[in-house]
Design a protein around this ligand. Structure first.
Ligand code: GLN
Length: 542
């Protein structure tokens, strides 16, 4: 039977519960235990797939095609365990299941209520679809005290009662702010947050205090006494220069030992955290820097391209350089073609995106990279725009466009209406529901022999995660290949272009999928390694 660790947060949002959960998971793994990390989100959207990246940050896509919260990306990067649909749930999904059951008459005339029906749904989610893991870590989204969080807190309270104290553990993250005017760290918000949690019947076993300054022992003691826990279990979550330092900081404060002791499990010998030290050292002392300009749409929102930012960092780790990403909005390149910002760039990346706004800017950026021989990496939308660019300016297809922006003369990129998923055919119409209807999740592709891509992957096949509704039109293949834009990977049935690369250019690759979703610090994605290496070469040229 798995042991459950529930992670809640108080005082303010954005404390980094996701990273805390991922870090505890990673430490337990380092102790030889298997883990699964899950996220329970209290909002009413059925999944984050239809939410704006401004609102909710990146949508993380799993192999099995779920559109999930970005915290699942942290879990996967820290633990290496591939996230699944069954690792993320929202109130919206639980309610829609309960209401669908009610409509089917499954409650046999009973009154349907938050307790027990919604709470049972939450408990079932937390405990279902496991694979014999030793630990299941469940992060509860939102902040204690939110109305939406209540059924989740009630469900985890009940789980402790159902499973017992030695099968469950509560970890609570709070904030210990520093008040400059008073020159002091304040523990009161933590006390209030824990009181609120205790009001719903949950006493934390560990409190992690996020802070900008060291918490003196006296303050830790005070928190321990007033919150009714041992002082060793008051952990300091000091701001860090790299997120990969967090497991090391927790280990230094014996978090892993405290967890194992709570569950009456042998701590064994100290875990080997050498690989964490190695990446942290590499990040702190790189041998050089490469500058990558990322021309996107949601570039002023730090979380909107979370996995991409991490994957670039991983590419840097692999090449022992610091990757400095410069995030710019592509719209600025539409009317005024001022490309000064690219003068110091060693590579250009155009990431995924949706909608017409800024698309002409991306096309202009792709043209710049092509003409200046600057490494260009187009991801999903960034690939589609690069193909349109080559079609218009090299192949002379002036009316080239994407039907995502309305009808066009030459639909180089068009709506995907039918594709193969294993033995099945998936079909879509233009007026389908928006949620969960894209081509989502892992799909295989065949890599062309002798391509740059084949050298990068070192294999004949790839399998990557997708999230798109439009697709490069295979009918234009001949005309595009004739001007050097090679279709270097296709879906196994040969109908869907998955990767394009430009012959005669040092590094110009567009991929229809999202390689950033599978990159990990200990296993950087080959495309990011190769792109950063190409950027490094470029930096040596100037
Ligand atoms: N908007 C494009 C599509 O739906 C690209 C999607 C993306 O970049 N994720 O195909």
């Amino acid at each position: 039977m798995a042991k459950f660790i529930f992670i809640t947060g108080g005082v303010v949002s954005s404390l980094g519960k996701g990273l805390a959960s991922a870090s505890i998971g990673a430490l337990l793994q380092a102790r030889g235990y298997t883990v699964r990390v899950r996220k329970l989100d209290p909002y009413l959207n059925v999944d984050p797939g239809t939410m704006s990246p401004y609102e909710h940050g990146e949508v993380f896509v799993t192999d099995d095609g779920a559109e999930t919260d970005l915290d699942l990306g942290h879990y996967e990067r820290f633990t290496g365990v591939a996230a699944k649909q069954s690792d993320n749930v929202t109130s919206g999904r639980i309610y829609s299941q309960v209401l669908a059951r009610e409509r089917r008459g499954a409650y046999l005339g009973g009154t349907v209520q938050v307790i027990p029906h919604v709470t049972d749904g939450i408990k079932k989610f937390a405990t279902d679809d496991l694979d014999g893991e030793d630990f299941v870590l469940c992060e509860i989204g939102g902040t204690v005290g939110d109305i939406e969080s209540l059924p989740f807190l009630e469900a985890i309270r009940q789980l402790r009662n159902d499973l017992g104290e030695r099968q469950t553990m509560f970890v609570h993250l709070t904030l210990v702010p520093y008040l400059a005017a008073a020159g002091e760290l304040k523990t009161k918000p933590t006390q209030h947050s824990v009181k609120e949690l205790q009001g719903v019947g949950i006493r934390p076993d560990i409190i992690i205090c996020r802070c900008e300054r060291e918490i003196p022992d006296g303050h830790r003691l005070k928190i321990a006494q007033l919150c009714n826990i041992r002082s060793e279990a008051v952990i300091q979550g000091l701001d860090v220069d790299t997120i990969y330092q967090v497991p090391l900081d927790y280990h230094a404060q014996k978090v892993d030992e405290i967890v194992l002791e709570h569950f009456d499990l042998p701590a064994g010998k100290a875990p080997d955290l050498g690989k964490w030290h190695t990446i942290v050292n590499r990040l702190r002392e790189p041998e050089g820097t490469v500058n990558i300009v990322v021309a996107g749409k949601y570039t002023d929102h730090a979380d909107a391209y979370k996995s991409l930012a991490e994957a670039l960092t991983h590419g840097g780790i692999a090449n022992n350089v610091r990757v400095k990403a410069h995030w710019v909005g592509s719209e600025q390149f539409e009317n005024n073609r001022d490309f000064k910002i690219f003068e110091d760039a060693d590579g250009i990346l155009v990431p995924g995106g949706f909608g017409e706004r800024g698309s002409e800017g991306k096309i202009a950026v792709a043209q710049y990279a092509r003409e200046k021989n600057l490494p260009y990496f187009g991801i999903c939308f960034g690939m589609q725009m690069a193909v349109i660019e080559v079609a218009r300016h090299l192949a002379g297809i002036e009316g080239a466009g994407s039907t995502e922006f309305g009808a066009c003369e030459d639909p180089i990129v068009g709506l995907l209406t039918e594709w193969r998923r294993g033995a099945d055919i998936e079909t879509r119409q233009a007026d389908d529901d928006k949620g969960g209807t894209m081509r989502l999740g892992a799909y295989p592709a065949q890599i062309g022999v002798g391509t740059l891509l084949a050298g990068i992957y070192g294999e004949d096949n790839l399998c990557e995660r997708h999230r798109h509704r439009y697709e490069v039109n295979i009918d234009y293949r001949e005309r595009l290949e004739a001007v050097g834009l090679k279709f270097s990977a296709l879906s196994p049935d040969g109908t869907l272009p998955e990767v394009v690369e430009l012959e005669g250019h040092p590094w110009f690759i567009g991929v229809q999928y999202h390689p950033e979703l599978k990159s990990k610090p200990f296993d950087p994605h080959p495309l990011f390694m190769s792109f950063v290496a190409a950027a490094l070469n470029q930096s040596r040229l100037v």
